[in-house]
Write a protein that binds this ligand. Sequence first.
Ligand SMILES: [Zn+2]
Length: 304
Amino acid sequence: MRPHFSVFSLGFALLTTPALAWEDGPSLEELMKPAPNQAWNGFALAGHSTTKLADGVYAFRNTGTRSIFMVTDDGVIATDPVSEIHAKLMRDAIAEVTDQPVTHVVYSHEHWDHVQGGQIFKDEGATFIAHENCAKHFYDLPNPNIVMPDVTFADDYTLEVGGRSLELMYFGPNHGDCMVVMQPDAGDYLFIVDLVTPGGAPLGFMPDYSPHHWVRTLKEIEALDYKAIIGGHGALLSHPSAVTERRQYLEALMEATQTAMVSGDNPFELHKEIRVPEFDYLRGYEGRIEDNARRMLMYYGIGW
Ligand SMILES: [Zn+2]
């Protein structure tokens, strides 16, 4: 394997590459401060940008969604095409840094807001890779804008191309049931999609999340050795303590929900009283806490 150098070992030297810039928003130093960290709220939501994070490792963002790609000696590994527009812009971004073809596309999980639009890569011969449970979802509910995976796997998977590697770590069900967390070159970064949105409260009704599996997965990620999260949404990079902050928010919400459910109060009004004030600094908290509480009430009400 060729040596890889990250922004951590080289400061900002790599970011001087023409056509590349540090993504709009806070500096690396600000982003690497642990939770609670308001710098994680300073991300861009308009336009698109490409950031070189290490030798051959790039983050690509269009509006609010991010993918990564890796340039190897034998082709490019792209991840989550997201949409036709996102995929086209990412293909252009790849062409800015290499003439290599895209040979592999990896899906993070099954949700349509991350895996549509891959045809542009299929047309140039890329092999599509996803956890086997993703393929089941795509057969169950076909979407003509989703390219079916060519290669599936049941547990962890290591993609090796041109002397580079991309670890695909599977933790079982958590958000959907085919989510993988990706680690380029067993190095500094984990690319984490949807399981954590650093500095924010979870999206409204916490779609397709299994609360106890979510907490379990976050604990397993907390035990891994890495330096920074590359976010599928939100901040480009964040300190690993963002995972702990999310887990602790969920655990506090679970406890508050169970307490409310034995209070004797009207069960249809409980979402109005369940609060986790120690986390009210999280981005979006005020607008999301009632829906978060509704989701947790459903979880403890029917076990789903
Ligand atoms: Zn998702």
